[in-house]
Each structure stands twice: as structure tokens, then as C-alpha cells.
Design a protein around this ligand. Structure first.
Ligand SMILES: [Zn+2]
Length: 72
């Protein structure tokens, strides 16, 4: 069994343990279909697609809303 060569200082031990209960913001990417923020390797909840395939049929496909205000 591998054995540590040197004893680790209390400061190093403390800085390692300081991350134990830290809650970090989730990593976010962009859905290639609707540009909504999505977690990597997760189905987009806005359009229901994953890797270009519709996997949540009850979600409407992303289309421009017809009542969008005309610009200029
Ligand atoms: Zn999407």
C-alpha cells in the first residue's frame, strides 16, 4: 500500500476540508436548438431536445412566438 512520504500540514488539511460543504453554481452550456442555458448531458427542458433529437414529445418544439413585437 502506498504510504504518504510527509505528514500534511494542518493548513493543507484545512484548505482541503474547507471545500466539503461548498455549494457551487452548476455548469451551464447552451442548447444548440433554442439557446436556453442547459446542464451538459441533460435534456433541454425548454424545447425537450437532446443532441438534436426530440425526446420529450409533450414539449412544443422551439418556434418564434407569433405575437412577438415587430422591430423597426
Ligand atoms: Zn432547447
Amino acid at each position: 500500500m502506498a504510504v504518504p512520504k510527509k505528514r500534511q500540514s494542518r493548513a493543507r488539511q484545512g484548505s482541503r476540508r474547507s471545500q466539503w460543504d461548498v455549494i457551487k453554481a452548476p455548469t451551464l452550456g447552451r442548447c444548440p436548438t433554442c439557446r436556453e442555458p442547459v446542464r451538459p448531458h441533460h435534456v433541454c427542458k425548454a424545447c425537450g431536445q437532446y443532441r438534436g433529437k426530440q425526446v420529450l414529445p409533450e414539449v412544443a418544439p422551439p418556434e418564434a412566438p407569433p405575437e412577438a413585437p415587430a422591430e423597426v
